[in-house]
Design a protein around this ligand. Structure first.
Ligand code: TYD
Length: 226
């Protein structure tokens, strides 16, 4: 668990879509804000102004109907990450801050891995861009995509009516099952770093479970968190 001689703490939040990740990140950041600890809240893709451009390229379907091939997509996620590390994450860690990041490298391993990118390619890029930097703690909000994707559907219907309707078909469900399994495999391989948090309980219960993992880490790092 090294941050290359830095003194801050990097905490990442991971999970499949609809797992409540962003809600929990917000709750955690609000709690830390009340405690007045130095903190940066950020996300991938899109944690920098240029990264926002990459995010748009990645997530908005192109008018031509052309989609990124798996390798190009992977490199865009890593371009975003390299810029994010350079402009936001490393400077904040060097300044001794807590960095809360919504998605990070495990998302690439889970999603691009599930899209068929071989493990050795992921390892190479990881080494190139992250070097020895690892999150001190990764909170994996685990939920069956069968349930979590329904939440996304309901949410999208609620916001935008028919226009923004999102329906996940069988193939997408199967893809998200593979993503989940990859997240679970990472948690199993790195139990010290990855806290597996069942996300089907109430938001308050999940928040409690998150805090149980975060508080001791921050205390050990010298932050006053009660
Ligand atoms: P976003 O709208 O941020 O979704 P969420 O609220 O679920 O985080 O979109 C991010 C999407 O990008 C999400 O589908 C996961 C995907 N992603 C990857 O495929 N690889 C990555 O490395 C990252 C960071 C995200």
């Amino acid at each position: 668990m090294s941050s290359q001689g830095t003194h801050g703490v990097l905490i990442t939040m991971e999970g499949v879509e609809g797992s409540g990740k962003s809600t929990q990140l917000l709750r955690l950041s609000e709690r830390l804000r009340r405690l007045e600890v130095p903190m940066v809240v950020t996300k991938e893709p899109g944690g920098t102004p240029l990264g926002q451009e990459i995010r748009r390229l990645l997530l908005q379907p192109h008018a031509s109907g052309e989609a990124w091939c798996a390798e190009a997509e992977l490199l865009l996620f890593y371009a975003d990450r390299a810029q994010h590390l350079h402009g936001v994450i490393r400077p904040a860690l060097e300044a001794g801050k807590i960095v809360l990041c919504d998605r990070f490298e495990d998302s690439t391993r889970a999603y691009q891995g599930a899209s068929g990118v071989p493990e050795f390619v992921l390892d190479r890029l990881h080494e190139l861009v992250l070097q020895r930097l690892r999150p001190h703690l990764t909170l994996l909000l685990d939920m069956d995509p069968q349930v979590s994707l329904q939440r996304v559907e309901v949410r999208n219907l609620g916001y935008g009516g028919a226009f923004q309707e999102t329906r996940f078909d069988e193939a997408q469900l199967e893809f998200h099952q593979r993503v989940r399994n990859r997240f679970l495999a990472i948690a199993k391989a790195e139990p010290q770093r990855v806290a597996l948090i069942p996300a089907r309980s109430t938001p308050a219960e999940v928040e409690h479970a998150v805090w149980q993992r975060v508080a001791p880490l921050l205390r050990n790092a010298g932050f006053q968190v009660g």
